[in-house]
Design a protein around this ligand. Structure first.
Ligand code: 4NP
Length: 161
């Protein structure tokens, strides 16, 4: 089993959106028995909360269901439990690098290291408008596709479809 964790600041906007997009692709490619997903925030303000309503609304218009997701805080143990950890922006990445135990096995990337979006970071939409949430999904969709291709090639080579 390959475990993939998406991380942002609050775990109510970008990382649950990333998880929703990615798990949809996993389902479409019939890889649910091979790949598990989760998301977390570096901050604790929204622990236990469902995704931001704006993220849910914009996600819904694209066919993503995310109302079942609940926010939690990222922890050093995540580097043992997960194979991949994807940071949404450079600040999330720096916080995760500081948290990473020396023994941690997880490979740490920025989400937009995958896909040809021409961007480095998924911008924080929390203080923005619905169009900012739309932009988040525009970035996440190609990145999620490229990430899944990478995992299929790197970790599931004999099962790639
Ligand atoms: P996220 O967005 O990191 O994409 O979930 C944010 C959500 C909440 C806050 C900041 C960013 N906040 O400051 O509460």
């Amino acid at each position: 089993m390959i475990r993939v964790l998406f991380v942002c600041l609050g775990n109510i906007c970008r990382s649950p959106s990333a998880e929703a997009v990615f798990r949809d692709l996993v389902k479409i490619r019939r890889l649910e028995t091979k790949i598990q997903t989760d998301s977390a925030g570096t901050g604790a303000w929204h622990v236990g909360n469902p995704p931001d309503e704006r993220a849910q609304l914009v996600g819904q218009t694209r066919g993503y269901r995310m109302s079942d997701l609940r926010a939690r805080q990222a922890a050093p143990e995540d580097f043992e439990a997960f194979d991949y950890i994807l940071a949404m922006d450079n600040s999330n990445l720096a916080n995760l690098e500081r948290m990473k135990p020396v023994s941690g096995k997880a490979k740490l990337f920025r989400m937009l290291d995958f896909g040809d979006t021409g961007e480095e970071e998924v911008p924080d939409p929390y203080y923005g408008e619905l169009e900012d949430y739309d932009h988040v999904f525009d970035l996440l969709e190609p990145a999620a596709e490229a990430l899944l291709d990478h995992i299929c090639k790197t970790d599931l080579a004999d099962q790639a479809e």
